[in-house]
Design a protein around this ligand. Structure first.
Ligand code: GLY
Length: 348
């Protein structure tokens, strides 16, 4: 097992390894001796796979009530958020009690926001079950639900108190869900670790290994510690995401987040090379690694179509857009780009 320690507004550990659900209840009880009740949040797919086991572990030490939502992005809704708060209130959870989120990013974000706001904030534990949630959304305290005007428009920064990442969960992921996580893992290599980038040419088995996942979590931890509230440096974690968000939206979310990030990373890498900021050789290496993971990198939308969507994005600052530019593998920087020059940074 590896432990990554985070020192943000709250200090907490991220435990990474195989078989970590064994003895989970006791581990949580040791850290939260005053807690008596747990609200266990999950989705139908994940609950079907791990719900009984996790619930059994927790029930040995706590009174557990469960709230299970359908699997999928639609569950990250205001309606589920309110229903979850009402359930916690009905079950009389107190400020010393806990919410435990068992699942991927949807469950983590929804549960985190409910924990952030119930009784003005209770502690919560993340049990991420997808590779993407493990290396990204379960770490760093961004929580949210979707509004009809867009994704993640209502939320809060609320750090978990513990993250337990059982790598055995990756064995039940579909190829597509696993690949989605790999796009974020490749991102970390391009962002700040050339050795990780090179090691990833070994493929998916390495990407889902304890060593690789722990390295990604450490990189994310460093950005979160440097800029917890996303005012500057943390925005580097959006490498490939400006185009990706536009692609997801244009596809009406039929293109998955990970696949869109892979295409978005290819577009910005080619754009950086066109601008003379990234060598052609390193750009080719980025494209090759994305292809090793099975991303075909064809973008189904024109740059103009994507720019229309980007300009309505919440990250736009007046007449400039912040882009994360790869200058070399392992070094990316934030660059403010005037709206009229944006098109030049994305190359098909
Ligand atoms: N997913 C990007 C961040 O946590 O800042």
């Amino acid at each position: 097992m590896k432990t990554v320690h985070v020192e943000a507004s709250k200090a907490y550990d991220i435990l990474i390894g195989k078989g970590l659900y064994e003895g989970l209840g006791g581990r949580i009880k040791e850290q939260f001796p005053k807690a008596k009740k747990i609200l266990l949040l999950s989705d139908e797919t994940v609950y079907g796979l791990y719900g009984e086991r996790v619930s059994g572990e927790l029930s040995a030490h706590f009174s557990v009530c469960t709230f299970v939502v359908p699997a999928g992005e639609e569950s990250k809704s205001v309606e589920n958020y309110i229903a979850l708060l009402e359930t916690m209130a009905k079950d009389r959870l107190t400020r010393s009690d806990l919410l435990v989120a068992l699942g991927g990013g949807v469950v983590g974000d929804l549960g985190g926001f409910a924990a952030a706001s119930y009784l003005r904030g209770i502690e919560f534990v993340q049990l991420p079950t997808t590779l993407l949630a493990a290396v990204d959304s379960s770490v760093g305290g961004k929580t949210a639900v979707n509004l009809s005007a867009g994704k993640n428009l209502a939320g809060a920064f609320h750090q978990p108190s513990l993250v337990v990442l059982d790598t055995d969960c990756f064995e039940t992921l579909s190829e597509q869900v696993l690949r989605d996580g790999c796009a974020e893992i490749i991102k970390y290599g391009i962002l700040s670790d050339r050795a990780l980038f090179e090691a990833l040419f070994a493929g998916k088995d390495y990407a889902k290994s304890e060593e690789c996942v722990a390295r990604c979590v450490q990189i994310k931890r460093d950005y979160v510690q440097a800029d917890e509230f996303d005012k500057g440096l943390r925005q580097c974690l959006n490498l490939g995401h400006t185009a990706a968000h536009a692609i997801e939206k244009l596809s009406n979310y039929s293109i998955s987040h990970g696949y869109a990030v892979a295409i978005g990373t290819a577009l910005i890498a080619r754009g950086a090379t066109e601008k003379g900021l990234l060598s052609a050789e390193q750009c080719a290496s980025i494209l090759k690694l994305l292809q090793v993971f099975g991303f075909d990198l064809h973008c189904p939308y024109t740059v103009e179509e994507m720019i229309d969507v980007m300009l309505s994005d919440k990250k736009r600052a007046g007449d400039q857009v912040m882009l994360v530019i790869p200058f070399e593998i392992g070094r990316c920087e934030l660059v403010k780009v005037p709206v009229e020059a944006l098109g030049g940074y994305f190359k098909m």
